[in-house]
Design a protein around this ligand. Sequence first.
Ligand code: GDP
Length: 366
Amino acid sequence: GFRCGIVGLPNVGKSTLFNALTKTAAAQAANYPFCTIEPNTGDVGVPDKRMSAIAKIGKSAQIIPTRITFVDIAGLVRGASKGEGLGNQFLANIREVDAIVHVLRCFEDDDITHVEGRINPVADAETVETELMLSDLESLERRIVGVRKKAQGKDKEAMAQVPIMEAVLARLQNGEPARVLLASFDAEERRELRNLNLLTSKPVLYVCNVAEADAATGNEYSRAVDEMAKKQGARAVVISAAIEAEIAQLGEDEVSEYLEAMGLTEPGLDRLISEGYALLDLITYFTVGPKETRAWTVKRGAKAPAAAGVIHTDFEKGFIRAQTIGYDDFVTLGGEVAAKEAGKARDEGKEYVVQDGDIMMFKFNV
Ligand code: GDP
């Protein structure tokens, strides 16, 4: 599956958020650094309002959301790239995720120690990013020696890698993360960059953890983060981990009342999960039947056989075609039969690129 790593300095609220996300006590929240030593992993359902509309029309007995994985990654401190704290372990854990959810402390609380002794989320973000850049710099400088040698020996792969590595090195030496290069790279160069599996080439979402009272409006800290994110072409969301932890304890019928009291329209976690999903560049297609309406995840740009393969490898191997109805057609026309009559149920073949919201039914050989 697809994985988002939750990172940030100690005591910013990572574990609180992770616990709320997974509603488990697996990640321990406590007021001291290095509490979360093992990477904790949890699957969460991706909220999607379209599912209830489809299930109603399709008279499905059940709704099954698609899922993504969050990993609570142990606290990073200044000096981690040089092995401080849980440095190396932390960095190895980041290597294994597809995207980074970077939690920043935007709440004041004299009882909760801040490792740097002051609240400044933009400086915190730079501290973490610097450690990631130093780690990438060190690993690239080490790896490029061998790759250069191979390139001199006319190794095709190495010859393609060297200019990418040099471009990234130049940026890192200039204090910029590898991901700033993505915009100017073509598909081939991006693939090369991805293969390097650098920490700073992964997409980032900033999470501003604010006090309960600021959850609806944000505060001066979160606005500073917003500005920083905008400059980087990244996104930021405002969340109160304390509120989310509270919501996780409530019964379903109590949630909306509590949200209203807090001036909120939906749980922050729903937004966080959706943003995480977008960060991974994922889209959803649906299958519908009397048993269930179900959401499935594919990478944007995936073709129909690969989408079928998410359900079962046999569907991909024996793929013939996919009956496909766009979400809007399905809902406005009122279901499969009506969509067929209106000529809106398309037969798509092997080259079809799946669109977000497609309602699909696969025909395959067994
Ligand atoms: P981590 O080290 O980043 O995983 O941080 P934790 O989630 O363990 O939180 C550290 C401490 O801060 C715990 O005592 C939490 O209860 C507290 N905390 C987390 N989020 C908030 C918040 O939004 N407001 C306040 N006041 N305290 C929080």
